[in-house]
Design a protein around this ligand. Structure first.
Ligand code: PGA
Length: 244
């Protein structure tokens, strides 16, 4: 059985004070009777040490990681700086990084490899834009991202998130059947049945049960709905429904 992962991506939200308030409200809402689910919170760098105080309840993730151990790379963060804080995961190649900060498949690959070398589990994000989907290029775009991004990357310490760009922060969730189909496609491309593959894009408490009922989908990467304790708790406490 593949691991089930519910990961929040806070993006550039929450000061340290706000992070503490979130945790205080969130922890009592986690249903203690539910097992077999890994909760991850990917927070701004300034909150990571605070979140690391609670690794009994959830794992901590960064939102990016550089490929160097150290060096003259103003504004970047090195893997040992994260692992020293107890960080276990790092998102790599989020579409916002690719779009606004010129991340390429090449730099994504370097970051993935460095993350793994230092014991972090990278969460590789892939997905198509609205235009690529309209032009029938969804699969070819994702195939390229996987091919280039996963060069020399170990598949047994990796998480992938399928995040159609048009569904991120828009309220337009990809149909769960279509997300299931694309995730099946990703799984067949990588040729490994053990890699957890998540869906991301407007996941909310109201659609998580249906998403998790799909056999190919192993969890969710959640942006907006991870910012409020009640909504993220509604996601991590999803109800196991009959497989769709
Ligand atoms: P969203 O973001 O849940 O707000 O759509 C998802 C993401 O960017 O990972």
């Amino acid at each position: 059985m593949r691991q089930k992962i519910l990961a929040g991506n806070w993006k550039m939200y929450k000061t340290r004070r706000e992070a503490r308030a979130f945790i205080d409200a969130f922890l009592p809402l986690i249903d203690p009777t539910l097992s077999g689910r890994t909760i991850v919170l990917c927070a701004p760098f300034t909150c990571l040490d605070i979140l690391s105080e609670y690794t009994d309840s959830f794992a901590v993730g960064a939102q990016n990681v550089h490929w160097g151990k150290c060096g003259a790379f103003t504004g970047e963060i090195a893997p040992p700086m994260l692992t020293e804080l107890g960080v276990q995961y790092a998102i790599v190649g989020h579409s916002e990084r690719r779009e606004y900060f010129n991340e390429t498949d090449y730099s994504v690959n370097m970051r993935l490899r460095a993350a793994q070398e230092h014991g972090l589990i990278p969460i590789l994000c892939v997905g198509e834009s609205e235009q690529e989907r309209a032009e029938g290029r969804t699969e070819s775009k994702i195939a390229i991202q996987l091919e280039a991004g996963l060069q020399c990357v170990e598949l047994d310490r990796l998480v992938i998130a399928y995040e159609p760009i048009w569904a991120i922060g828009t309220g337009l969730t990809c149909e769960s059947s279509e997300a299931n189909r694309i995730i099946g496609f990703i799984r067949s491309r990588i040729g490994n049945s053990q890699v957890p593959i998540l869906y991301g894009g407007s996941v909310k408490p109201s659609n998580i049960d249906e998403i998790m009922a799909r056999p190919e989908i192993d969890g969710a990467l959640v942006g907006g709905a991870s910012l409020e304790p009640e909504s993220f708790a509604g996601i991590v406490n999803y109800q196991v429904a009959a497989r769709l």
